[in-house]
Design a protein around this ligand. Sequence first.
Ligand SMILES: Nc1ncnc2c1ncn2[C@@H]1O[C@H](COP(=O)(O)OP(=O)(O)OP(=O)(O)O)[C@@H](O)[C@H]1O
Ligand SMILES: [Mg+2]
Length: 590
Amino acid sequence: MSPREERRAITAGRGRKIRWTLGLLRPYRARIFFMALAVIISTASALAPPYLAGRAIDAGIEADNLTALNVTVALFVIAIAANAVTSWLQTWLVGWIGIRVLQDLREQVFKHVQRMSIGFFNRNRPGTLISRMTNDIEALNQLISEGIVTLFANMLTLVGVVAIMLLLDWRLALVTFAVLPLLLVTSLVFRRYSAGAFRETRERIAEITAHLQETLSGVRVVRAFAQEERHITKMTELNEANRRANMTTVYLNASYFPATELLTAIGTAAILLFGGWQVIEGNIMVGVVISFIGYLQLFFDPIQQLSQLYATYQQGMAALDKIFTLLDTEAEIVDSPEAIDPPPLEGRITFDQVSFSYEDGGPWATRDLSLEVSPGETIALVGSTGAGKSTLAKLITRFHDPQQGRILIDGRPLSDYRQRSLRGQMGIVPQEGFLFSGSIAENIAFGRPEASIEDIAAAADAVGATPFIERLSDGLETEVGERGVQLSSGQRQLVAFARVILAEPRILILDEATSAVDTRTEKVIERALDEVLEGRTAVVIAHRLSTIRRADRIVVLDQGRIIESGSHDELLAAGGRYASLYGSWTSAVS
Ligand SMILES: Nc1ncnc2c1ncn2[C@@H]1O[C@H](COP(=O)(O)OP(=O)(O)OP(=O)(O)O)[C@@H](O)[C@H]1O
Ligand SMILES: [Mg+2]
């Protein structure tokens, strides 16, 4: 792309972003209309008092006209009252709209993240995603709600003040505007430095969030290896960088406001000198000078606020870029419009020369793999660590799409089915079981929230989880996770198992689902499995011989390839990898 094309692409991108941002406001257009009305009335009513004060002096006091004084003061009070009411309305509406836009934004980003394919979560750290959904969304919201109103109201005030000043006395107006270049230079300098400083603070705070998240999730490892100090040191460094970035903005703010105050004072002095001289000369009336002093503040305030707004704009645009990059990331795996909801699956799984790598161009995790699992068959996947067993399981559930080859279920490619309804007929007990905060019953019913408590209890019973659940204070209703009891790994596996049993999948995938439970519990589970697996296809990844031997067929993986496959006896007789694995098992047991 040529630089020119690139620039055009960026501008086009910006246009799209702005359209999208305005789209967020569309549902609230009626309120926005009233808000704009409130802004206009409050601005207009704020412009009146300095003029009225001047008139009270010139037409009332100086002219010894009590009626004119009374009328002007009454108008003055009315203007202030109108301003109070409309300012209240404006602030309320801005808040009202802002809160809803924030809510919508968060929902939109969250929904989008939920739709992402699993590969996306391998590439993005949770801390970064959390930062998008908190810090960045808030910065963007600030820009949309307050930013737009500040811009509109201040521009309006500025135009109004300039017009009134020129109408009142153009010479005095020109004297006032003489300070403008100084103010502009100050504001530009401020703008220039603050843009970088604010970007810096946002990046630093995102790093802190990410480090916090990682430390908290990994707290047990940190503790076990006594590496608290290192994590504290890292945090201290990040915190220090954050402080430095923030100090720059503090310094900038601290200098900018006194500087503009100083300029206001210079402006006031100029008006008093020049205006006073004109009054003495008899060219203008004293009320005009009073009005001008009032307008001077109204003239400088918007300029200050607009410079401030630039920081909000910078932060909001940076956040918008990040959120947009996130929203622009398409899920790698999307349902085609022709995808169907499968009828109850028979459960035939076919791998046709499948090669898969987690990263394009990276090492193959699955290589040229062909495999056929018949309906109702149970196969056991065996192989050393990193052989590609879990990968195979993730491919069946279409967490990832292979780069080469095809995977078919009941003779149709996975892509023929809608992902969600396909997975709805598959049950997975993953290697790392996860429990959500909530009761044990809710966790078991995760895939079938409408299940009755009897069904839930039956599922728990089938996997032999009842004894441990009964020992908990509230049985099935015991809260687990963040605010409840902590379960052991084996207990978590049992809950995950019960969850799958309850969902009654047509295809069952167990990734070392029983590796953390004792042998007796495993026996219970195996008996339950015999029942559950009746008529269903199952892929079982296990390290325990007893589990493996029950399978109809054993498939041995090595570096992503199938190196052996057959029944226990066949493989033993063949004297290959499985036979040697078996040898080490039996010697370990004896
Ligand atoms: N999320 C991932 N991103 C990148 N590479 C991965 C990812 N998960 C696994 N791999 C790689 O893919 C290969 C196969 O991993 P896989 O998890 O399938 O092994 P496994 O047979 O299940 O091992 P284990 O018995 O330890 O569970 C490994 O070389 C691993 O480094
Ligand atoms: Mg694994």
